[in-house]
Design a protein around this ligand. Structure first.
Ligand code: GDP
Ligand code: MG
Length: 160
């Protein structure tokens, strides 16, 4: 039985995932997208984008007072990023687990950062830290009409 409205009744969340400029330059875009696809989450937004300084500053505004903030803004605006919106039950916390610890040397093997990166300042991927920030960040990085509502054929095989 195929009942897509059942999914809507569960705690569906949105998260903003971004392949940072180092991930794009190192050819890791496909690998990173694959991990979220294989897990069973739904991709609802995707684009390659050169981020203006103002947007990077707004996205990371909570870190404004940190000593590494100027370096961080430089890093994020140093080349194109891949912006993604992912949707699913528990997607925010689960994506953070798939991504791994901020410092890639402390990230567990099997996580994206644990497998693919070595330094905090080159940790290849971003993931929202709460459902509220997921919505906020998707609103920042995507325009209206760039988010696509659809029902994957696999959905009833991922969510009972
Ligand atoms: P995240 O949520 O795991 O990405 O980590 P945070 O929200 O704490 O920090 C945001 C991003 O800022 C990190 O992913 C890093 O790219 C960068 N960052 C955090 N701490 C440091 C640091 O100590 N040095 C440098 N160079 N970058 C940092
Ligand atoms: Mg963070």
């Amino acid at each position: 039985v195929f009942l897509p409205h059942l999914v809507a009744s569960l705690e569906v969340e949105q998260t903003y995932i971004m392949v940072k400029p180092d991930g794009v330059q190192r050819g890791l875009v496909g690998e990173i997208i694959s991990r979220f696809e294989k897990k069973g989450f739904k991709l609802t937004g995707l684009k390659l984008f050169r981020c203006p300084k103002e947007l990077a500053e707004e996205h990371y505004k909570e870190l404004q007072s940190k000593p590494f903030f100027p370096k961080l803004i430089n890093y994020i605006t140093s080349g194109p990023v891949v912006c993604m919106a992912w949707e699913g039950v528990g997607v925010v916390a689960s994506a953070r687990k798939l991504i791994g610890a901020t410092n890639p040397l402390q990230a567990e093997p099997g996580t994206i950062r644990g497998d693919l990166a070595v330094q905090t300042g080159r940790n290849v991927v971003h993931g929202s830290d709460s459902p509220e920030n997921g919505k906020r960040e998707i609103g920042l990085w995507f325009k209206e009409g760039e988010i696509c509502e659809w029902i994957p054929v696999q959905e009833p095989w991922v969510i009972e």
